[in-house]
Design a protein around this ligand. Sequence first.
Ligand code: URA
Length: 214
Amino acid sequence: MTTNTAKVTIIDHPLVQHKLTLMRRKEASTNSFRRMLGELSTLMAYEITRDFPLQDLEIETPMEKMVGKVIDGKKLALVSILRAGNGFLDGMLNVVPGARIGHIGLYRDPQTLQPVEYYFKMPDNMGERDVIVVDPMLATGNSAAAAVQQLKDKCQPKSIKFMCLLAAPEGIATLQKAHPDVPIFTATVDRELNDHGYILPGLGDAGDRIFGTK
Ligand code: URA
């Protein structure tokens, strides 16, 4: 079950909400945080691919011939915003194992909170691909908006969706303003950002929690 608010889809499945609460806890270990993020990304990928078109395929079961449904030749690319976006990839690949993977490296200047690009590597034929940009935290929205802009400028993908775990209202507003054509999928919308651009109540630094760094 999903709830649509304009172009934001909140994936409110009970399993998603349950796991999200457990992984937010400050005492969650790196191991359990990573495992739950993996499980959540599989569940979220299931929802985000819900609109994929199907086509007929004639097959033969051990009993008889039939016409079944298969996904209609989608060329999908998952684009991870480094480094926390990588935490989404394995779980998503459980349901879309053939997807190609791109990476965009952006770090947030701690003073301006503006994104600075240091890496951009995409699969071939991006112009024919539907893209899901992934980053667990949609905080200021500046990195997400910059990543989508780079993709549009350099690759012109067929379509772009954005997937995160937590979104701040400020981040949603920024991304929607810059890219009103890009639907946002998130497990929840949190209250606000603090002065350092962290989401409240949030879960802390997603990259640090995934990789066990400080
Ligand atoms: N990035 C994070 O990892 N956490 C936040 O709360 C905001 C941005």
